[in-house]
Design a binder for this molecule. Structure first.
Ligand code: GLY
Length: 375
C-alpha cells in the first residue's frame, strides 16, 4: 500500500511498540500458551486445555516476528509451543474443524520458513484430521464434536488453507476438492443476500438436508456476529488465492462491504454483533483486526481502481485499533483491548485475546509489505 510520510511514521512507531511488547511477553511466557490477559497478565497455563482452538496464535506471532526480525528467540519460543501441541494429537477425539488455527501457525509456518521435515509431518497429520471431518451428503466439513449434531460454521473457512497446503505437498487432490465443496456450501448456506452471514448451519448428516440455522457466538438467531463476518471476508479472499474462483472473491467483497457499512457507524471498530440491541454497546476488536487483514488480502486480487477502497479501509481500522484500543505498556500482557470471544459470556467480553494481537501484528506487517503468509 502506498502510504504518505505521516502514515509511514505512524506505522513504524506502532510496529516498534508492538515488537517491543511482544519481545517482553516472549521472555515472560517461557513456554506457556497465552489466551486471555486478565488484569494485564496471562494466567498460569492449564495443560488440560491443550486442544483449545486458540493455542496456535502465539506461535503465529512468534513466526511472523522471526520472519520480520530474524531473532532466534522468537523461533525457539514457537518451536517450544509446537512441541507442546504434540499432546493435542494424543487427544485426537477433541480435535475439530479448528485444527488449521493450531497447526498452520505452528508446524506449517515452521516448515515453510525452515523446511523442517518433522514440522511438515505434523502439518500433514493436522490436514488429515480436517479432511476426515468431511460429510459427503451435505458436502461440508463438520464443526465441533457435539453428540447428535452435524453442523458447518463460518469459522472453518480460515482453516481451509491447511487443506490447500497439504494438497500442494502431495497429500492428494481430494484435500483440495473437500475444501472447494465446503466453500461452495458456504456460498449457498452461510452468506446471506445482504452480505451478512450465518454462524452455524445444522444438517441431517445422512441426507445433507438443512435442519436448522441456530444462533452462535453472536447475539442470537438471525443476528450478525462480527467475527463470523470477518472470518468470511478473510477466509473467502484466501480461498480465491488458492482457487482463483471469482465467486469466492465476489463473496468476500460482498461481506466486506456489509462489514464496512456497519463499522462506519461506530468509527471503524466493530460491535460484537451488528444486529444486537443498541444497548449495551459491546465491542469485538478482534473482528476488526481480522477484517483488516482480509481487506488487505482482497486488495491483492482486485485491480488498481478498486484497490483503494480495501486498502484505505484497512488503514482506518488499523489506525483506530492502534490509537484507541491498544495497551502499549510492555510490562502488561495483551495489546489489543476490547476483544470478545462471544456475546453472552461476561468473562469473554471486551478483554485482550491472543488472536486479536495476532491479527493486529499481521495487519501491521501487511501494511509494511513484510508479512509472511501463515494461511
Ligand atoms: N472458533 C473460532 C471462534 O470462536 O471465532
Amino acid at each position: 500500500m502506498n502510504l504518505n510520510q505521516q502514515q509511514t511514521a505512524y506505522l513504524s512507531d506502532t510496529y516498534n511498540r508492538m515488537e517491543q511488547k511482544f519481545r517482553a511477553e516472549c521472555h515472560r511466557m517461557n513456554g506457556r500458551i497465552p489466551y486471555i490477559s486478565i488484569d494485564g497478565a496471562y494466567p498460569t497455563w492449564d495443560e488440560s486445555m491443550i486442544n483449545w482452538w486458540t493455542n496456535g496464535f502465539w506461535g503465529g506471532i512468534m513466526w511472523q516476528l522471526y520472519h520480520a526480525e530474524n531473532n532466534s528467540d522468537y523461533m525457539s519460543e514457537a518451536s517450544c509451543l509446537e512441541e507442546h501441541l504434540e499432546k493435542a494429537f494424543e487427544h485426537f477425539d477433541l480435535l475439530d474443524h479448528d485444527v488449521g488455527f493450531l497447526w498452520l501457525h505452528t508446524a506449517v509456518a515452521h516448515y515453510r520458513l525452515t523446511g523442517d521435515p518433522t514440522a511438515r509431518q505434523r502439518g500433514l497429520r493436522a490436514a488429515a484430521v480436517l479432511a476426515s471431518r468431511y460429510c459427503p451428503a451435505g458436502e461440508y466439513i463438520r464443526a465441533w464434536n457435539r453428540p447428535g449434531l452435524s453442523q458447518m460454521i463460518i469459522d472453518c473457512v480460515m482453516n481451509l488453507p491447511l487443506l490447500f497446503w497439504a494438497a500442494s505437498e502431495g497429500a492428494g487432490d481430494h484435500y483440495r476438492q473437500i475444501a472447494i465443496h465446503h466453500l461452495d456450501r458456504v456460498l449457498t448456506h452461510i452468506i446471506r443476500e445482504d452480505g451478512s452471514c450465518n454462524h452455524i448451519v445444522e444438517f441431517d448428516e445422512a441426507t445433507g438436508e438443512v435442519l436448522n440455522i441456530p444462533g452462535g457466538q453472536g447475539y442470537g438467531e438471525n443476528s450478525s456476529w462480527s467475527r463470523g463476518q470477518s472470518w468470511a471476508i478473510y477466509g473467502l479472499a484466501l480461498a480465491y488465492r488458492y482457487t482463483k474462483k471469482t465467486s469466492y472473491l465476489n463473496a468476500a467483497k460482498t461481506v466486506a462491504h456489509y462489514f464496512l457499512a456497519n463499522i462506519a457507524l461506530t468509527d471503524y471498530v466493530s460491535l460484537i454483533d451488528f444486529r444486537a440491541p443498541a444497548d449495551p454497546v459491546y465491542y469485538d476488536t478482534t473482528a476488526s483486526a481480522c477484517a483488516a487483514c482480509g481487506l488487505l488480502e482482497i486488495a491483492e486480487w482486485v485491480d488498481e481502481l478498486e484497490r483503494p477502497l480495501y486498502e484505505k479501509s484497512a488503514w482506518k481500522v488499523y489506525e483506530k485499533l492502534t490509537h484507541d484500543f491498544s495497551d502499549w505498556n510492555p510490562d502488561r500482557d495483551g495489546i489489543l483491548q476490547y476483544g470478545s470471544a462471544k456475546y453472552h459470556r461476561a468473562e469473554d467480553r471486551q478483554v485482550p485475546i491472543i488472536y486479536g494481537d495476532y491479527f493486529l501484528l499481521e495487519a501491521s506487517l501487511r501494511l509494511q509489505n513484510k508479512a509472511f503468509l501463515i494461511w
